[in-house]
Design a binder for this molecule. Structure first.
Ligand code: HEC
Length: 147
C-alpha cells in the first residue's frame, strides 16, 4: 500500500516536470528539469537574491535604512515579472509558493525599513526570510533536461 502511494506520487511529480532523485543518488532533493535558458533565469535570480541579502545586511550595519529599503524593494513582487510561461509551468507548485512568499517578504522589509527604520526589526526579518532560502534549497535541485 505504501509502495503504491509512493508510485502514484512519483508519477504525479513526473507529470508536473519534477522527478524524485535517482534511487542510487545520494542527493535526495527533487530534481527540476529545465532547459539552459530557463535554468539560467532561475540561477541569475538566485545570485540576485544573494547580493540583495548582502546589501540589506550592509545597510543594517551602516545604519542606512534607505539602502535596506531600496535593495529589498528591487527584489519585491515587482521583480518577479518577466518569467517565461514555459518556466512557470515547469516549476512545482510549492516552489512557486515559496518563491512568491520570498518576494513578498522582501517587499515587507522595504515597507518596514521606510516606516519604522528599525535595524533590529530589519535584521530579524532577514533571519526569517532566509528560512525560505534554506527550506527551498533543501527540497529542490535543477538539472538540464535532455534534448
Ligand atoms: C523557491 C525555491 C528557492 C528559494 C526561495 C531560494 N532558492 Fe536559491 N536556489 C534554488 C534552487 C532549486 C537552486 C539550484 C540548486 C541546485 O541545482 O543544486 C538555487 C541556487 C541558488 C544559488 C546558486 C546560484 C548559481 O549560480 O549556481 C544561490 C547563490 C542561491 N540559490 C541563493 C538564494 C538565496 C540567498 C535565497 C534567499 C533569499 C534563495 N536562494 C532562495 C531554489 C530557491
Amino acid at each position: 500500500m505504501k509502495q503504491l502511494k509512493l508510485m502514484i506520487i512519483s508519477v504525479l511529480l513526473t507529470l508536473t516536470g519534477v522527478t524524485t532523485a535517482d534511487s542510487d543518488s545520494v542527493d535526495k532533493r527533487q530534481t527540476i528539469h529545465l532547459d539552459d535558458e530557463e535554468r539560467n533565469i532561475v540561477l541569475t535570480e538566485m545570485r540576485t537574491f544573494l547580493s540583495t541579502i548582502q546589501q540589506i545586511t550592509q545597510g543594517i550595519v551602516n545604519e542606512d535604512l534607505g539602502k535596506v529599503s531600496s535593495a529589498a524593494k528591487a527584489m519585491g513582487n515587482d521583480a518577479s515579472g518577466g518569467v517565461p510561461l514555459s518556466l512557470i509551468f515547469k516549476l512545482p507548485f510549492d516552489f512557486k509558493l515559496l518563491a512568491a512568499d520570498t518576494h513578498q517578504k522582501f517587499d515587507q522589509i522595504a515597507l518596514d525599513a521606510d516606516s519604522l527604520a528599525d535595524r533590529d526589526h530589519a535584521l530579524e526579518q532577514v533571519a526569517v526570510l532566509m528560512q525560505n532560502c534554506v527550506a527551498c534549497h533543501a527540497l529542490y535541485r535543477i538539472e538540464l533536461e535532455d534534448d
